[in-house]
Design a protein around this ligand. Structure first.
Ligand SMILES: Nc1nc2c(c(=O)[nH]1)N[C@H]1C(S)=C(S)[C@@H](COP(=O)(O)O)O[C@H]1N2
Ligand SMILES: [Mo]
Length: 319
């Protein structure tokens, strides 16, 4: 899990150039920051709370904690996408020509209104910018300005029945185009899940873009999940199927190593991975490590989901 990065710093986009790219946001019809904030369940800007509202400030070059955005070249050049390769810096060149249009997402299971959405339909949900920290279970992190919409907006449209308890997401299965899927180490397609109330939390989004542009293939085009308070592997890419279910889905990582990767996978500095500490992390681009924040810094927004819950139980095999 080396996190060295071979793009020289001279090729990394300075943040002020990114700001000029925000014109793309307008061309994509994305809501302005203030509108996005109004649509967010987090504390409004008039709040006297000491913790700033998370993630939404379309004119910012930092997240709400003041941490700078990870440069575009890094976000799109250092990727985990095992369908292509386990080498993070080879994902982008290998995924370059992966076809992401036309694209359909079938939403079904325990819902009143099952529907297969064309990608064009999904882009009709109001697209917002969300600046989130992404914390990989391997103990590196980035700050990424996503574009997308809350998962709750889609779920409200298909109307989960009262039996629905979990949401299961599946990535595309296309081994002829994704050589990593020829590996027998994993059970393809990549599968992930959330508890229904987690999926309904306003922080949980479908991302369709980053840095004001459509997602590039290596970041999960054309549509992926982003759940910023959980380890990055929960943020499943290239989704083609979503089902509401009544039993906890088995994710690809649970099937591969249930003692190492749990279903909940909440970022927690006090719960180490069996093979390494999670107390600190390396923000890509920084030299020294920084402390890991509980729930990746989003504790205030998600703590009510985990009242009485012990993150340590997540990877213990229940007897
Ligand atoms: N389908 C799929 N989704 C995936 C992965 C993957 O291998 N396949 N890797 C996960 C992991 S481990 C991380 S850390 C993030 C990385 O997202 P990024 O490459 O856009 O930074 O994607 C997650 N989603
Ligand atoms: Mo990851």
């Amino acid at each position: 899990m080396s996190t060295s990065f071979r793009i020289p710093s001279s090729e990394i986009t300075p943040e002020h150039l990114y700001l000029t790219r925000r014109d793309f946001i307008k061309s994509m019809g994305i809501a302005a920051g203030s509108m996005a904030l109004a649509a967010c369940g987090a504390a409004p800007s008039t709040s006297t709370a000491s913790t700033p509202a998370p993630n939404i400030n379309a004119s910012a070059a930092t997240d709400e904690l003041g941490d700078p955005l990870t440069p575009h070249e890094v976000v799109t050049g250092y990727n985990n996408y095992y369908e292509f390769t386990t080498d993070k810096e080879d994902v982008a060149p290998m995924a370059k020509d992966f076809p992401t249009s036309p694209w359909e997402v079938a939403v079904g299971g325990l819902v009143k209104n099952p529907k297969t959405y064309m990608m064009e339909d999904l882009l009709k949900f109001e697209q917002e910018e969300r600046i989130y920290r992404l914390r990989c279970v391997e103990a590196w992190s980035m700050v990424i300005p996503w574009v997308g919409f809350p998962i709750s907006k889609l779920l409200n449209e298909v109307e989960p029945t009262s039996d629905a308890k979990f949401v299961r997401f599946q990535s595309i299965y296309a081994p002829e185009k994704m050589p990593g899927q020829l590996s027998g180490w994993y059970e393809w397609p990549y599968t992930e899940g959330l508890r229904l109330d987690e999926a309904m939390n306003d922080l949980a989004i479908f991302a369709t873009g980053l840095y004001g542009k459509p997602l590039p293939p290596q970041d999960g085009a054309p549509i992926r999940v982003v759940v910023p308070w959980k380890y990055g592997f929960k943020s499943i890419k290239a989704i083609v199927k979503i089902d509401l279910v009544d039993v906890k889905p088995t994710s690809l990582w649970m099937a591969a190593a249930s003692n190492e990767y749990g279903f909940y996978a909440n970022v927690n500095p006090d719960v180490d991975h069996p093979r390494w500490s999670q107390a600190t992390e390396r923000r890509i681009g920084e030299l020294s490590r920084r402390p890991t924040l509980k729930y990746n810094g989003y504790e205030e927004q998600v703590a009510d989901l985990y009242v009485g819950w012990d993150d340590r139980l997540d990877t213990k095999t229940s007897s």
